[in-house]
Design a protein around this ligand. Structure first.
Ligand code: ATP
Ligand code: MG
Length: 433
């Protein structure tokens, strides 16, 4: 049998567990250019918390690679899978198609000795867009909502582009404080009502805020009661949260950031609590059901944690990246431009899958985070990659190794390249006939 190359495991785990709990992500590329060929399978650990960075130029296979990792987690043996769940933050609206088998690449899959196969996913779509998806013939599983009272005044201020110390930020804070005291669970209408009642602020400020909250209502996501985190994080499941619709709205990134920020805060809190219960269970021998270990996959990560400036998601996501190991949270961040991603987030990556990358600044960004042993090599390795889609280098900080890899073809359908859902409708219809 051909030996497996395992990345992301320390020596101790390797010795103890071998390839158990790993994801088969592709094959090792040996040789250069035309001479190159595929050899040993490469497996990546998914059972310990990791911070994985997937980068590469446009269209080189980043989102596809994330899909491969998700598929592999789904295919883990049941006893391992039950302790893990995946949450894919889908900014482009491309992961809904994972339910369908990848017939498009049937020939390629055959070369790899496997068959097209869809996987079971839980697709969450903002409530306001749920019906639109259904009409487009897409199997959506759950409407997604955010509880208004869980958002802070700072969330709103940052989302609307105000500061906490300008008159807008101050009014938001006052209004929300009053509502919190009085209502507990409140809605956007309640916030608007409270702004209208305010006597201290000027008309201009009030109107500007009311208009923004009215617009926020249109996002079809805010309710008194929000989707429970535990529904998104069911053990052994792949949840996809499609936030792509906001592409059409001008403040699109700030809305997504607000949702992602809130979710990240909640997940961190709940996993911390779960970790305590698990530890307690270990000590007392009474195992209790908690939420599982989480893999959060996030496309266009540099939009949420930009190098310059901040979004409502920057702080909470950075916390996950920096402190997620202890509570069992893994992050897979995808970006076209590692150079534009906050250095703090980048430097936490212990595994990097870099597809082709040509910009000097981006290669420099990678260099800056890898250990000295790799310094000279990255550019050479990248230059030597075959031009095939899905070729990449894998940098493993755990074992200080670097490999060239051809990421395996997907079993499930990848809708990348055509982000707009309606474009894919014809494709879906085509498949049903
Ligand atoms: N490992 C692979 N094997 C076969 N084909 C692949 C592989 N990876 C990517 N592709 C092909 O390349 C296309 C582009 O991949 P993908 O959507 O992942 O690009 P991307 O890097 O995410 O691009 P963008 O920066 O535009 O988001 C896919 O639709 C698929 O057809
Ligand atoms: Mg992509």
């Amino acid at each position: 049998m051909v030996e497996k190359i395992i990345v992301g495991k320390g020596w101790k785990d390797l010795k103890k567990y071998g390839p158990r709990g790993t994801a088969y992500i592709g094959k090792h590329i040996v040789g250069k250019g035309e001479e190159s060929h595929l050899t040993n399978p490469i497996h990546m650990d998914v059972t310990r918390p990791h911070v994985v960075l997937v980068c590469g130029k446009r269209g080189t296979g980043k989102s596809y690679t994330a899909g491969v990792v998700a598929e592999e987690i789904y295919r883990l043996p049941k006893d391992i899978r039950k302790n893990i769940c995946v949450l894919m933050i889908d900014t482009m609206g491309i992961y809904w198609s994972m339910k369908l088998p990848n017939e498009r690449d049937a020939d390629l899959l055959k070369e790899w000795g496997v068959k097209p196969e869809g996987i079971k996913t839980n697709l969450f779509v903002p409530k306001g867009y749920f019906d639109e998806y259904k009409k487009a013939g897409i199997t959506v599983d759950f409407p997604f909502t955010v509880s208004v009272s869980e958002l802070t005044s700072e969330d709103w201020a940052i989302t609307f582009g105000f500061s906490m110390i300008d008159e807008y930020g101050i009014l938001i804070e006052q209004v929300m404080e009053r509502l919190e005291e009085r209502e507990g669970n409140y809605s956007i209408e309640d916030i608007i009502g409270e702004i209208e009642k305010d006597e201290r602020s000027g008309k201009k400020v009030k109107e500007a805020l009311i208009n923004r909250f009215l617009a926020a209502k249109e996002w079809g996501i805010f309710e008194k009661k929000g989707t429970k985190t535990e529904d998104l994080l069911k053990s052994g499941t792949i949840s996809i949260l499609d936030v792509s619709h906001y592409m059409r709205v001008s403040e699109s990134w700030s809305i997504r950031a607000m949702v992602v920020g809130l979710l990240s805060r909640k997940i961190f809190k709940e996993r911390l609590a779960a970790r305590k219960v698990e530890e307690y269970g270990k000590v007392t021998g009474q195992a209790r059901k908690t939420i599982p270990m989480i893999w959060i996959m996030i496309d266009e990560a540099h939009q949420f944690i930009p190098e310059k400036g901040s979004t409502a998601a920057s702080g909470p996501l950075l916390t996950l990246v920096k402190e997620g190991r202890e509570p069992g949270i893994s992050m897979l961040m995808i970006t076209q431009q590692p150079n534009k991603l906050r250095g703090d987030a980048l430097s936490q990556a212990d595994l990097i899958i870099s597809h082709r990358l040509t910009s000097k600044a981006d290669i420099e960004a990678l260099r800056s985070i890898m250990q000295t042993y790799m310094l000279e090599d990255i550019q050479d390795y990248l230059n030597e990659l075959p031009k095939t889609k899905g070729s990449a280098i894998v940098l493993d900080d755990n074992l200080e190794r670097i490999y060239e890899i051809q990421v395996r073809p997907r079993f499930s359908w990848h809708a990348g390249g055509s982000p707009i859902i309606l474009k894919e409708r014809s494709l879906l219809e085509g498949m049903e006939t």
